[in-house]
Unconditional design. Structure first.
Length: 64
């Protein structure tokens, strides 16, 4: 998943960077860095997998 795809997925899920950071147990600054188009810090592969699960319908207790 590219940074642009990662950001688009987050936006489709109507999550803020802070909310996603809470779900992934990372600082919101980390989410911002993963979404930067320059690709200096691409999204974590595990975070990408979690985004796929969220888009498939999984709802973690943090956002219920």
């Amino acid at each position: 998943m590219t940074p642009i795809e990662f950001k688009a997925a987050r936006e489709r899920l109507n999550l803020t960077q802070t909310q996603l950071g809470t779900i992934l147990n990372v600082n919101p600054r980390t989410v911002r860095k993963w979404e930067q188009e320059d690709g200096t810090r691409p999204p974590n592969p595990i975070a990408c997998r979690v985004m796929e699960w969220l888009e498939a319908g999984f709802v973690p207790p943090e956002i219920e």
